[in-house]
Design a binder for this molecule. Structure first.
Ligand SMILES: CC(=O)SCCNC(=O)CCNC(=O)[C@H](O)C(C)(C)COP(=O)(O)OP(=O)(O)OC[C@H]1O[C@@H](n2cnc3c(N)ncnc32)[C@H](O)[C@@H]1OP(=O)(O)O
Ligand SMILES: CC(C)C(=O)C(=O)O
Length: 559
């Protein structure tokens, strides 16, 4: 046998002066959820009727107006589901369900039977049109495939007519593997199907152009869609729809580009469930639009709940980095990202004013709050993290604002713990390290008593402080004066013969918590005569003076 290369690039579509790349999406396409059909057919354990009803209700709450609900002729359960939706009046007035069938008489009859009594619905019929399918699956010529599609369409139209259902039911046709089919053939076949259906308006006839398997890049798919719109003569009474799969990871891109190329309606599933690598992810497309200022008309403000439900019913965990739906998509572990997010979050209003938009943030293209996420997980700490991230955690979770110059010192202690464990360091652990290393620093200096003398022996505008302290096993009583209690305490400690001389390089304090249980936290940086290094200590106490003295003692112990 002749040797061929194993793979070949798809044949690009001949198109000149394409316009789709110059367009922008300024309003959402009509969204169609095929979760309950294409998504469901790809689950190892398809959903049962009760679960499908819950899923359907969730889809309507999100705002879907078109929902493909089943392949009713495939199983008793699928049939029953459609019957229950109709019989139990579960379909909101403004929602149109659709059902799928192959172009086979027995399947069509059963499909129509499933829709008895429905207020409005779409019957969706498909026939594969690629040379691959045509020659090796169906063993049919193009004319025979066209005949198959046309006769199925007529069969459906006639059966609906006979059952008095023609006005309630619209028609969707999909040339399966459109993106691997010969364009001229699809135009002719689609025209013939259109003529067989004889639509009474745009909403009555949907032509869906599937990339059943993603065999060509998204831009070639868009070229195909635009080229199709140029040669297909019935655009005026046809709703052009697309349905993309994700075999090369480009399903969302392909659908977006196809919308630029003329598609008005897109089919997909939440979280992209579906055959093989899945269908086009509706959450992704819709929220991409939102992030560009286009209201998608779908409500994902409780996305975590939606994801939890989908994980439960599909028994498939969402990848933590899946756009929008993943647990980690708003989390930064790395230092420079954390630093920028922290600074950005602190200057939200200034950024808004500068860029004239409500949300623009380093490393976060969408406000997590818009999809039901909070800011707690924005920054998480491991050995790749920096001082900014650690300061953010202590501030956002514990209300502790570490002074800027002290941040690298705190970060070094946390970094040591992260390197030792090789793991993420939780907020609780960061707080524990901070308290252990900077507040309860241990060591030989213990303040036993503190008394303020006012006025001080040295003058009325001075404060005196008497301190009792232990240094190792020895006890000292020292007196110092200064312009305030902290200066006086420093002077007193500098008189203690067991302690080295030091001076205060930096001092700050703030309240910790609110109301009657509020405490003060004091941060001090000490410089000792024998070193250039600043040693930091922190004190926490309901009394601000004791917090400051505690901070000095902690720094002395950390030396
Ligand atoms: C791209 C898509 O996702 S299309 C939707 C796919 N979804 C499903 O298939 C889920 C539901 N399907 C089913 O339950 C079953 O396949 C049924 C009930 C529809 C049919 O079952 P069976 O009669 O056992 O046939 P089977 O599943 O093996 O399908 C293969 C037959 O369908 C034919 N076929 C495939 N596509 C079509 C079509 N669009 N129109 C008509 N016939 C078709 C094949 O040529 C083959 O025919 P053959 O038996 O004459 O060789
Ligand atoms: C039935 C069609 C639309 C389909 O699911 C596909 O081609 O992927």
């Amino acid at each position: 046998m002749e040797q061929y290369p194993k793979y070949r690039a798809s044949e690009p579509v001949a198109i000149e002066n394409r316009v789709w790349p110059t367009r922008r999406i300024t309003r959402p396409p009509a969204w169609v959820s095929v979760d309950l059909r294409d998504g469901n057919q790809a689950f190892a354990r398809p959903m049962n009727v009760a679960t499908k009803i819950r899923y359907f209700q969730m889809l309507t709450q999100i705002g879907f107006k078109e929902i493909e609900v089943a392949y009713p002729a495939s199983s008793a359960e699928e049939f029953e589901f459609v019957r229950r939706l109709i019989a139990e009046n579960l379909i909101p007035d403004d929602v149109r369900i659709s059902v799928l069938t192959a172009a086979r008489e027995n399947l069509i009859a059963r499909t129509i039977e499933s829709l008895q009594g429905v207020r409005q619905a779409t019957i969706h019929c498909y026939v594969a049109t690629s040379d691959l399918h045509r020659e090796f699956v169906f063993h049919k010529t193009e004319a025979e495939i066209t005949e198959m599609a046309v006769s199925a369409t007529k069969m459906i139209a006639e059966a609906l007519e006979q059952n008095g259902m023609r006005d309630a039911i619209h028609y969707e046709f999909s040339p399966e593997e459109f993106s691997d089919s010969r364009l001229g053939f699809i135009v002719d076949l689609a025209s013939a199907v259109h003529d067989a259906w004889r639509p009474n308006g745009k909403a009555d006839f949907i032509l869906n152009l599937p990339a059943t398997v993603e065999r060509r890049p998204p831009y070639e798919y868009a070229d195909m869609v635009e080229a199709f719109t140029r040669s297909y003569p019935y655009m005026a009474d046809t709703t052009l729809s697309v349905h993309t799969h994700n075999d090369q990871g480009g399903a969302v891109a392909a659908a977006e580009m196809a919308v630029l190329a003329g598609a008005e309606r897109v089919e997909g599933t939440l979280c992209g469930h579906g055959e093989r690598t899945g269908n086009m992810d509706l959450v992704m497309f819709a929220l991409n639009l939102k992030s560009r200022g286009v209201d998608p008309g779908l409500d994902f403000s409780n996305l975590p709940e939606i994801v939890e439900f989908i994980e439960e019913v599909s028994d498939i965990r969402i990848h933590p980095r899946a756009p929008y739906t993943g647990e980690l998509v708003f989390t930064a572990f790395s230092g420079t990202h954390q630093d920028a997010i922290r600074k950005g979050m602190a200057q939200r209003e200034e950024i808004s004013a500068r860029f004239k938009q409500g949300w623009k943030m380093p490393y976060l293209h969408l406000d997590p709050a818009d999809i039901g996420r909070n800011y707690d997980g924005l920054i998480r700490i491991n050995s790749q993290s920096g001082k900014g991230g650690i300061a953010y955690i202590l501030e956002s979770v514990y209300g502790i604002s570490i002074p800027k110059l002290m941040q690298p010192v705190v970060a070094r202690e946390v970094q040591r713990a992260a390197e030792a464990s090789g793991n993420e360091v939780s907020a609780v652990e960061i707080h524990r390290i901070f308290m252990e290393k900077f507040v309860d620093a241990g060591g030989k200096v213990r303040i036993g008593g503190f008394r303020i003398q006012r006025p001080a022996p040295t003058g009325v505008d001075q404060t005196g402080v008497e301190l009792e302290l232990k240094v190792g096993d020895s006890t000292y009583a020292v007196l110092g004066t200064g312009s305030g209690p902290i200066e006086a305490a420093v002077a007193a400690l500098n008189r203690c013969p067991a302690l080295p001389d030091f001076q205060v390089e930096s001092y700050s304090e703030h309240a910790l918590g609110r109301g009657s249980s509020a405490q003060a936290i004091a941060f001090i940086g000490l410089k000792f005569e024998d070193s250039e290094t600043i040693v930091y200590g922190v004190g926490v106490n309901a009394n601000i003076n004791l917090a400051a003295i505690g901070a000095i003692a902690a720094a002395l112990n950390r030396r």
